[in-house]
Design a protein around this ligand. Sequence first.
Ligand SMILES: Nc1ncnc2c1ncn2[C@@H]1O[C@H](COP(=O)(O)OP(=O)(O)O)[C@@H](O)[C@H]1O
Ligand SMILES: [Mg+2]
Length: 273
Amino acid sequence: MVQCPLSPVLFNPTEPSFGRCPAFVDTLTAPVGSTRGLRGPVRFGHDQATGDCGFREMTSTLEARELVVVREGRRILDRASILVRSGEAVAIQGPSGSGKSTFARALATLVEPDAGAVLLGGRDARQIAPTQFRTRVAFLAQQPAMFEGSVVRNLKTGPALHGESLSDAQANDLIRAVGLDEPILQREARILSGGEKQRVALARALANAPEVLLLDEPTAALDPEAGERIVALLRELRARGLSIVMVTHEDAHARALGGTLYRCERGRLAIDS
Ligand SMILES: Nc1ncnc2c1ncn2[C@@H]1O[C@H](COP(=O)(O)OP(=O)(O)O)[C@@H](O)[C@H]1O
Ligand SMILES: [Mg+2]
């Protein structure tokens, strides 16, 4: 059993409810046998849900089909669809209040849609164990929650949950890759600035070698230079085979990602051509 850092609840990592613990959303580790850190996406592994071992495709297609989310009588998402192919970068840009965060959370299966479906590798996400889904699709919230303890502990928690270890050298590589300096590894994660937390959350997600990285406004709390560095890192990760979905209100960052660009307007998504 593992205690959720955000609540007194104890979770059993082998039970589906574990994947619903908000603190573990971007910390669940990749299965044994995956590649780690910046070396690339998951290549093969042990299926937590079925117990099957064996090769699987390097990355999977992530799809949202006609998602509808209604809140307080309003359609926040109005048949929003997206297709993210393996190794593709997708930016979703739109004004504040247009439904971007709701869409990102629905795509991460953190919001239950009133209609429509999310599919990973062609399979309905409702048929995939939440722990497995979270392992494969890492979600970075706009204001990520840090675990108690140091930054390095935050990076090592996900791998440790699956009996793997992230070496100090790998932790150093990850923290430098997100534009932070090594001394930050020893600092208490919960008292970092918003921008530092976002970058630590990105490093923490990468420590788990996901197939798809889903980011909600990863540059919003950063100064322009740090924001551009994160976009450059995302481009590099895409070049290594990771699928990227970035939600942003900043048009320049959406374009700089260099992939497919969607516009979000009043809960609907359309490819910007
Ligand atoms: N749980 C909720 N209940 C009621 N309204 C919500 C809820 N979540 C989001 N909204 C509303 O839905 C709209 C879209 O929100 P959001 O997805 O956060 O947009 P964005 O990320 O593009 O700024 C906003 O008007 C927001 O107030
Ligand atoms: Mg938002």
